[in-house]
Design a protein around this ligand. Structure first.
Ligand code: 6GU
Length: 229
């Protein structure tokens, strides 16, 4: 998978050099390149923002640098339509099902806005040459799209074959079957006077599976009842 990231804070993404994603990049499974939006400006101050049309607080990102950056990244017409993701709190909610869908794409481009967002014409223009998604990672406000892009990249990247060592570890997880995950235990079986649930030590695999399912349902009902609707 090819991943391009456009941002005014390229250094934010140095964390993608480490851990599972870092190894996937070294192995060539993920080809990830970070681009500085200011490299697509032409004025002495490398300006990327301006005051909002119609007035109001904050600054909006001007369309010209974004247009030039996307011209450069979407220009190579190799037959496959890239997916361009604009992280924004005004977007549709990013879920595990979308992480699954995105993990099969060949080319993802993340456009990380700051301030009050990117001039909306950039998003509408990009729809003419790519699949466009405006994605939110939850109902709270971040200072920009960088951390949200990182969340999406980690959720998607770990679903690409060869990134997570044991693919079986991917299936019994929260949200993969619409329920929260069951609680986990390891040795010692007694710790600070607290016992591991005996069913997990009895070797009855059907009983263990039934107990885990019940725990998933109980936990989901208690913590995230809306997931059961
Ligand atoms: Cl994708 N961006 C920003 N700035 N804030 C957010 C978000 C994204 N998702 C939730 N809050």
């Amino acid at each position: 998978m090819r991943i391009d990231i456009v941002t005014i804070f390229p250094e934010f993404f140095s964390v993608l050099d480490v851990s599972l994603l870092g190894r996937a990049r070294q192995n060539g499974v993920i080809d990830l390149v970070v681009h500085d939006l200011r490299d697509f400006t032409h004025d002495r101050h490398r300006t990327v923002d301006d005051t909002p049309s119609g007035g109001g607080a904050g600054m909006v990102m001007r369309p010209e640098p974004w247009g030039e950056a996307l011209d450069a990244l979407l220009g190579t017409a190799d037959g496959t339509r890239p997916t361009v993701i604009f992280p924004t709190p005004a977007g549709q909610l990013f879920r595990q099902s979308m992480a699954r869908a995105l993990s099969t794409r060949e080319h993802l481009v993340f456009c990380c806005g700051r301030y009050e967002g990117i001039d909306q014409r950039v998003i509408e223009h990009t729809r003419t040459r790519a699949e466009v998604l405006e994605l939110s990672i939850g109902d709270y406000v971040l200072n920009g799209g960088e951390v949200a892009a990182m969340v999406v990249i980690e959720a998607v990247g770990r679903l690409i074959p060869g990134v997570v060592g044991n693919p079986e570890s991917l299936v019994e997880e929260s949200h993969e079957d619409g329920l929260l995950e069951y609680p986990s235990y390891t040795k010692p079986s007694t710790w600070r006077g607290m016992e591991t649930p005996p069913v997990l030590l009895g070797g009855n695999h059907a009983a263990i599976a039934a107990w885990r399912r019940e725990q998933q349902l109980e936990r989901t009902r208690r913590v995230r009842p809306e997931l059961l609707d």
